[in-house]
Ligand binder design. Sequence first.
Ligand code: MSP
Length: 538
Amino acid sequence: MAATGSEQQGGKAYYVSTPIYYVNDAPHLGHAYTTVAGDVLTRWHRQRGEKVWFLTGSDEHGQKVMRTAESKGLSPQEWCDKLVEEAWKPLWEHLDIANDDFIRTTEKRHTVRVQEFVQDLYDKGEIYKGGYEGPYCVGCEEYKLSGELLDGEGEYAGEKLCPIHKRPVEILKEENYFFRLSEYGPRLLELYESRPDFVQPESARNEVVSFVRQGLQDLSISRSTFAWGVKVPWDDKHVIYVWIDALLNYATAVGYGADQERFDATFPADVHLVGKDILRFHAIIWPAMLMAQVLPVPGRVFANGWLMVGGEKMSKSNLTGIKPQDLTSHFGVDAYRWYFLRAIAYGQDGSFSWEDFSARYTSELANDFGNLASRVTAMVGKYFGGVLPEATADGPAETAVHEGLTKAVAEADRRIGEELDFSGGIAAIFDFIRQVNGYLTEQEPWKVAKDKSDAGQARLATILYTAAESLRAVAVLLNPVMPASSQKLWDSLGAEASLGALADQPVAGAAEWGRLPAGATVTKGAALFPRLEEQPAQ
Ligand code: MSP
């Protein structure tokens, strides 16, 4: 259960990261998926009263970004500045992402420390000079193994293709610096063995374990055929491989080499959220780099699945990248944040469609949740002049609601806060919403209202108090997922006056029955989830 704020304040922050995204193009749904998940997870932990650090950022070096900039006639730095400021940061703001920091790999606070880290490894003999020739995918920024390539067809007949990007790989031959990754196999296997939840979900763990068991090769950590990167400190003809540079953001952003106290209070990450396409970098290379420096490894690496379109990973390179704004302009930001986490089991691949989104919006958000809020607040207005009455006639039906809430809170806290099962956690909250709807249908307060006896009025007050107090708890539980709508609900329940700010409400407190005091000013605000207009012609 939730740790109390006082236990946590002096201790280490609950540190969650997203991948830092390549700024070769504007963000699409896939990028937003991981970032929203991180935002929900960290908002949840903040509401447990924990000290939290949520990091995201941009990955700006390497050939992929460099080539895009060239094609736009800009320098890589100009291109990155433009895209970060005009596309990425505004999207996170639009989606209500409450990140504590945004790191850019071209920032000095990062580049200087990356050089120090790599120099240190070199001085320790962990890095040596060698040669390498092999197939390279610029989309992945990764050397590929011949065995994993696909045979091209059609326009790519006779060529070898990257299995992720379905584009031809390039044969690169370079003299590079290598990190002795191969030596870390046994220690990595020991790590996966002793901490079975280090890589999640299970399918991701299995993939990583079997990959490492096959034996690791040393890793080329520099490039000498282009210059857009952090210079290798002892040999400025080379730049540091973009993935080594990028992974280090998780350390440099929290004070590595610059602010020891801050670093100790934050590092390592409790959870690295990654897409399954970049699992190996995070679950193999990153811990090996940390082991080489005798630094602590992260708590866990959680790989989410892919959002699929037409059976393929949605991406810019196969022209299926959909902008989040295309959906938020129709469904709203909160529904967007909710939909992908609700509809797809986190960790699995998932297809989505406009129709499915519309159907779920209507049935779960507008009908189940939105209607409950408007019915209850309207009835408190109609029967009690907007002043929340006291519950004096609790019976078995109310006890069942209290118990339903206790169960929903415990389940949502475990699933969202611990297991990253967002879909299951949200379902638990919505099961409770449905329970309260059922309770109202059975208790029929609109009929009880006609009974003007003291007993009748006491029952009416009790029913409406029970429903409003349930909504108070729902607002607290849904705040991490849908902050704007939850705030509207909080306001219409008049909860702030007695309970304070919504974001300060502890998760555990959601289950404490009776927090919303009788006498609260309840108002029926605008619909939380208005009926959707027809889909605009595409
Ligand atoms: N820059 C690297 C990450 C470095 S982290 C030290 C990178 N960037 S990326 O822009 O390609 O973004 C990758 C991440 O975006 C994926 O790992 C995943 O989190 C998210 N997604 C991109 N497309 C996606 C889908 N179609 N579906 C789900 N998530 C996807 O790799």
